[in-house]
Write a protein that binds this ligand. Sequence first.
Ligand SMILES: Nc1ncnc2c1ncn2[C@@H]1O[C@H](COP(=O)(O)OP(=O)(O)O)[C@@H](O)[C@H]1O
Ligand SMILES: [Mg+2]
Length: 272
Amino acid sequence: MQENNPTPNSKIEKAVRKLQRDRIVVFRINALTRIGREELMNIFVRIFEEFQLNPAMLFNLYSAVVEIIFNAIKANAKHVIFKSEVRMKLLKQQFDDIDSLIEIIFHEEMLRDFMTRHIIPEKLKKRVNNVLQLTEKKRTGRAATLTTKDIQQLMEFNKLLEEEEVFIHFTMAMTDEKIVFNVVNDIPILSKDMERIQQSRRVHRKLFDEGRSTDYFGPDFIDVTESAGFGIAMADEIYYEMQLDPLEFFTISASEGATRAVMHFPRAKFTL
Ligand SMILES: Nc1ncnc2c1ncn2[C@@H]1O[C@H](COP(=O)(O)OP(=O)(O)O)[C@@H](O)[C@H]1O
Ligand SMILES: [Mg+2]
């Protein structure tokens, strides 16, 4: 969502009209701060009105979409910071022609995955969370609370984003049969992350089959490798509540150097 828009309402109406006319609307996102989240919520409210969807479903749907967009934002941040850490390692080792070396490393999935062993995950995670928090502060009018060091870090991070040209495309589509949300980021997900996601989703599914899907959120099943790891599980849970199989309706995949999360919802589940 773009920030600093003087006429947010007209932007919301434009998105709604576009969805009515073309059945599809695309947003390019590079952050989703409080302002952007409010804007997205308002778009959802208007869409639910216009298409006469059951308002009881609104918050669930909105939360799932926000989680998925956040994952993409985090993944982009993680990627550019990871890459800068790799660059620093190579510089320390005094390699020649670092740019082409990095090019090769990041082109080959195996090499890229291999490099994760040389980067301390805790440090990476800390840097990612830090810049995301700083971004939120800056964009929600609390720039005054930023220290000189914060501003420096934010500038470095923005420069990385610019150099790497990372963006997220968020698409909403609506037909008579279904509602589809598509979140694509230009960064291919690491295969070990993908395996971790698939594995946790299968565990969640198994618990659902045993009639205890919410146990997944209890202390026994939490995957704390990276964070709470509840985003995807929360989205899956929304599907379980609707008696739909999330592994069928919600897919996360990597292809052509991009990660895409696609959430399908049968429109019938939203009729009043
Ligand atoms: N769009 C994406 N691109 C890359 N990695 C992703 C994406 N979405 C999710 N992931 C990976 O899946 C993991 C689990 O996501 P999630 O369940 O939302 O938990 P959390 O966001 O709390 O880590 C993330 O930690 C991340 O490694
Ligand atoms: Mg998440």
